[in-house]
Every structure is written in C-alpha cells, then in structure tokens.
Design a binder for this molecule. Structure first.
Ligand code: GLC
Length: 451
C-alpha cells in the first residue's frame, strides 16, 4: 500500500490523481531513493511519499507598483509561463525594502522567486540574483536601452531587467520664456542661471513666492542623483570611475558643488536643501517656479486638468556644463526585476521576468498610466506618443544622455557610499562647509569602501 503525504497549501486535484496513477503503473518509484527526504520507506509493503506541491511564482515589489495594470500583466505572463504569479507588496520605504531583501536573501530561502529593485541595488543584490543573460535572445536583450544593461550588469552577469524608463529632465515654463523674450530652454547651466534670475526678478513683482529653479537637495538618494548630474555635466566622473576607483578630486566635483551652493537662496529657495521630488513638483506645478529638475512622472501630473501650469510648460534634456568638457547628463532610475538565485523555480521565474518586462508588458503599462517604457522601439509608436506627452524627450535622454549611478561598480557598498556623498553635499548647500572640504571628506570616507 502506498500512502501519499502532501505538504503545502496548493495541489491541483488533477495532478495528485496523475501522481497516484503513475505510481500504480510503477512509473513513480516511491521510497526507492532511500533517505532522500522527499520519499522515505515505511513499514513492509508501505511507502510514505512527501510531495512538495507547486506554489505560485512569488514576486516581491514596492506597494506603489502593485496596480491593476501590474496584475493584468502578471496574469498574461502567468499564462505564458504556465504557473500563477502572486504579487506580494514589500515595504514602501525603499531602504526598508532593501533591508528586507538583505535579510531574506542571504538566508538562501527558496520561498521567493522574483524581486523588484531600484537601479541602485544591482550591485548590492547581485550575488543573490541569477544571471538572466542566458535566458534572453540577442534580440530580447537588445530591445532595452543600453544604459539599463550597463546598470544591471555586474561582472559578467545580467542581474535584472528594466520594467520602466526613468530619467532626469529639465521642466521649463513656455509662457514665461516667451514673456521674457527667450527663444527656447537653456542649453547650459550658465544660460539656466541667467534666465532663472531674470524671470524670477520679473515675476517677483506680482508673486513674492516665485523662484527661478527648483530641484532635490534633501539629505537622501535624490540629492546624489542631482549632484552626480551636476558634476558629470561639468566634465567630472560619477564618484567612482570605470576601474572602481574613487574619482572626486578632479576639480569637477568641487566646481559643481560651489556652483549649486550659489543657487541656494538666490535662484532656488533656501528650503531646496530639504526638497524631495514632490516638494519641487508642488512649487513648479503651483506656478511658483520657472525651471525644475524632475523625473518624467511630473509631466502627466503637471498636465492634469486642475493643474495651474497645464499646457504652460515643456521638458528638455538637462543643461550641460559651459566649458569644452560640458555634456548633457541625466541620471537613470527605475524599477528592475531580478530572480533570486535560491528560487524554487529558477527557469520559470526567469521566463516570468522576461515576460513581465517585454514590449507587450511595457506598452500596456505605458498606455494604462503613462509609465515610460525602457524599450526604445515603443517610443516610435503613435499610441505611446499620444499617451506620454514627453515621449520624444524621455527617449532622447535615455538614449543619448543617460548615466548610471555607480551601483554595479561599488557592489555591496553603494548605499553607504551614496549616504556619505549626499550628507557631505547637503552640508555644502546649507553653507556648513565649503566644496573643497566636502571633496576631502568624501574622499576620506569613501576610500575605505572602494580601495
Ligand atoms: C526615482 C528613481 C530612482 C531614484 C529615486 C531617488 O524613484 O526611479 O531610481 O533612486 O527616484 O529619489
């Protein structure tokens, strides 16, 4: 007699029946594997088979990304992969989420398959993630903007696939540019400074709360983003160079920080040193700023029916430095999907990650809520262009001006390095220290992590 013990919560009756039939036909050998854990010999003529039933593919993600359209996309991919996909909301605060992943993954549990992560965690999570390279054809790999492949490649492994595009943009008031006689948005930081100052001076006559330029200066990751854009656009490196060496003392970081500090209280409000994305957006969208640095999400919100700046603003690439080594530079962001190396279903999970980030998925998301795709070809499609007002500018910056934070290069230590950097940069913006001292202090502290 064969007794079948089924462990776990879901087991399709049909599959159980099939298993019993196969056993009856001698096609499944119960108990013949000795003490293999899954099957153990019972008394004479009796065998106990412990079967772990299949469970859905489990995907951990930020709660803000568990939307109806994500469920719809997951349902399509579940059908394609042949297994259900369950979406599990992880903590909303990004650092709490990283903390959870960092506790859970090293334990090697097979109870999670897919992990959604911010671009900056590719290095920190890499040793727990599968190399997805072998699961993609050359064509599938080539559909994503190259910056995401660069950001998500750690050593030889491709540890994540992008679900969306995110990139720094310059927002500007078209009506005010016209009013003050400017033919177009600024190309360089010098032009931005001049235009912001002139427009601010003129607008202050009727609106004491008006400022020239708003951005993100709080003590957090968003300041790392802004400051890296300044220094790279002025000819500097992205904190750590391609060889993994600290690179802040080439003069560009110091120049960039001196320059941004001079904006505070002059063309940018003193509170910009505590601004995050939503603070800057509130000021710009209420009509109280001429220019803003922000991500693409602010475009759709600024165009909402009740927005005071609806149809009064445009977006373009961020300004470049004025000298010969100046270049337009935008830091890339966004959510990636990786597969846990300890997944119970690595192949199915890798197929799911590919499906969840494919052109069909990203087109669907773009049309549903205006999320920019990470796939260049989608920006050529008329319906995507009609849904995403800034499609052309987003695609241009992602293709031509995007740079990645040094996440892949700094491995486990990106979070610590960025923390040191944004604390020291913020102290320059608030006038607590000068840029030269910040560069020295960043060097002293970061060197321990990279060299
Ligand atoms: C956005 C970006 C993300 C970045 C964060 C900084 O969410 O997508 O990559 O780290 O902003 O505030």
């Amino acid at each position: 007699m064969v007794r079948v013990i089924v462990k776990g919560r879901r087991w399709a009756a049909g599959r159980l029946l099939l298993l019993v039939l196969l056993m009856g036909a001698g096609l499944v050998c119960a108990g013949c594997g000795g003490d293999s854990g899954d099957a153990a010999e019972g008394g004479e003529g009796e065998a106990t088979v412990a079967v772990t039933p299949p469970r859905p593919i489990l995907r951990w993600m930020g709660p803000a990304f568990v939307r109806p359209v994500d469920r719809e996309i997951a349902a399509r991919c579940a059908e394609e992969v042949g297994m259900p996909i369950e979406l599990l909301p992880a903590p909303a605060n990004p650092l709490d989420r990283l903390g959870l992943y960092r506790q859970f993954l090293p334990a090697g549990s097979d109870d999670i398959d897919l992990i959604d992560f911010d671009v900056i965690w590719s290095g920190a999570l890499a040793r727990h993630l599968l190399d997805l390279g072998p699961h993609l054809s050359a064509e599938e790999r080539g559909q994503y903007f190259p910056i995401y492949l660069e950001n998500n490649s750690v050593g030889d492994a491709l540890v994540g696939l992008p679900q969306m595009g995110d990139i720094g943009l310059l927002y500007y008031r078209t009506d005010l540019l016209e009013k003050y006689g400017y033919g177009g948005p600024p190309e360089t930081w010098r032009e931005l400074e001049e235009m912001a100052a002139a427009i601010q001076e003129g607008e202050r006559a009727g609106n004491a709360a008006f400022w020239g330029y708003v951005w993100q200066g709080n003590v957090y990751e968003g300041l790392t983003v802004n400051a890296l854009e300044w220094q790279a656009s002025m000819g500097g490196e992205l904190l750590v160079d391609a060889d993994g060496r600290l690179a802040v003392d080439d003069g560009a970081t110091e120049r960039a920080l001196d320059r941004a500090a001079a904006w505070v209280g002059v063309i940018s409000p003193p509170e910009v040193t505590v601004f995050q994305e939503e603070d800057a957006r509130a000021m710009f969208q209420n009509g109280n700023a001429a220019f803003m640095r922000n991500w693409p999400y602010a475009y759709g919100l600024g165009q909402a029916e009740d927005s005071p700046v609806r149809d009064l603003f445009g977006v373009t690439r961020l300004p470049k430095g004025d000298g010969p080594d100046g270049r337009h530079t935008s830091v890339v962001g966004g959510q990636q999907i990786g597969v846990s190396r300890y997944s119970r279903y690595p192949d199915a999970a890798a197929d799911a990650a590919r499906c969840l980030t494919d052109a069909t998925a990203q087109r669907r998301r773009a049309l549903a809520d205006g999320t920019p795709p990470a796939i260049a070809a989608l920006y050529e499609e008329a319906e995507v262009q009609a849904r995403i007002g800034a499609a052309a500018q987003i695609a241009q910056s992602l293709a031509e001006h995007a740079v990645a934070r040094p996440a892949a290069r700094t491995g486990e230590h990106y979070t610590e390095i960025s923390l040191i950097y944004f604390i020291e940069v913020n102290r320059v913006l608030t006038g607590e220290q000068d840029a030269a001292r910040a560069v020295a202090r960043i060097g002293d502290q970061v060197r321990a992590w990279v060299e």
